[in-house]
Design a protein around this ligand. Structure first.
Ligand code: 9MG
Length: 276
């Protein structure tokens, strides 16, 4: 089977399939209101469950990126994510850290992570320098604005073209710094400064993004409002809609799907792959 280089790993990938990235949020409300230690134990238990369920990559994040979320200070983000990264780095799954802060990127790389997932596309001062000399994979996501304000009436003339232009410029900035193209992933950033119509225009344009930019694509739409808008379901009832969205993204060529519901996504992809 074909493999994809991914930090310390070469991850096997079925030609019609995709890797499953499980979301591990380490925010105070995620696992415990009982302090730092209980939060760490809860995060590790959830990661172990995802491992049993067949996750390929665990994406560890210490700051909520939901629309309207405030930023978290650097020291607090470090306190949340670094113990979890150290606890999980040898768990057998690839480890990604969801951060836009260069200092967190540097520490995470020293700890051995396999991907830096940056919703800010390595635009912060020092971000490119922080990742340049490592060999971890890099996810470049499109976002219009910032989480606190991004859903306040986003407007585009042509959302697909503007996302492609943005991602092309970021790929150029990273490769001009000497970063190998093989390390890069692109992500249209569903829900990050986009209306429901923008999100569906982008998912339909997945193949075009991949072909025009020549970089594999990660899709994250699990439980998002673009799923709720079509199903009419609240966030806790969006499993089936999220599976539909994940399979649609994979059908269009996405090679990683970022999800909350690992067991169900792994099963859906197994059947999908067997049918190809
Ligand atoms: C952190 N985060 C939340 N949503 C995301 C998405 O759609 N893609 C990526 N890469 N990260 C996300």
């Amino acid at each position: 089977m074909k493999t994809i280089p991914f930090g310390r790993f070469n991850l096997p990938l079925h030609p019609a399939g995709a890797l499953v990235m499980g979301i591990l949020n380490v925010t105070p409300d995620s696992f415990s209101d009982g302090g730092q230690h209980a939060a760490l134990e809860g995060a590790i238990a959830h990661a172990e469950l995802m491992m049993e369920q067949g996750v390929d990559i665990i994406d560890i994040g210490g700051e909520s990126t939901r629309p309207g979320s405030p930023a978290v200070p650097l020291e607090e983000e470090m306190r949340r994510v670094m113990p979890v990264i150290y606890a999980l780095r040898d768990c057998g799954a690839a480890i990604s850290v969801d951060t836009y802060k260069p200092q967190v990127m540097r520490e995470a790389i020293i700890a051995g992570v396999d991907m830096i997932n940056d919703i800010n596309a390595f635009r912060a001062d020092g971000a490119i320098e922080a990742v340049r000399d490592s060999d971890c994979a890099l996810c470049i996501m499109h976002m219009r604005g910032e989480p606190a304000t991004m859903q306040q009436q986003p407007v585009y003339d042509d959302v697909v073209l503007e996302v492609i232009d943005f991602l092309r410029e970021r790929i150029a900035a990273l490769t001009a710094a000497g970063i190998a193209r093989e390390r890069l992933w692109i992500d249209p950033g569903f829900g990050f400064g986009k209306t429901v119509e923008h999100n569906y225009a982008l998912i339909k344009a997945t193949r075009r993004l991949i072909d025009e930019l020549g970089v594999p694509l990660l899709a994250g739409l699990s439980r998002k409002s673009m799923v709720g808008a079509i199903t009419g379901k609240p966030v806790e009832q969006r499993l089936a809609g999220s599976l539909g969205g994940a399979l649609a993204a994979v059908a269009h060529g996405a090679k990683i799907v970022r999800v909350h519901d690992v067991a169900e996504t792994v099963d859906a992809l197994k059947v999908w792959q067997a049918a190809h």
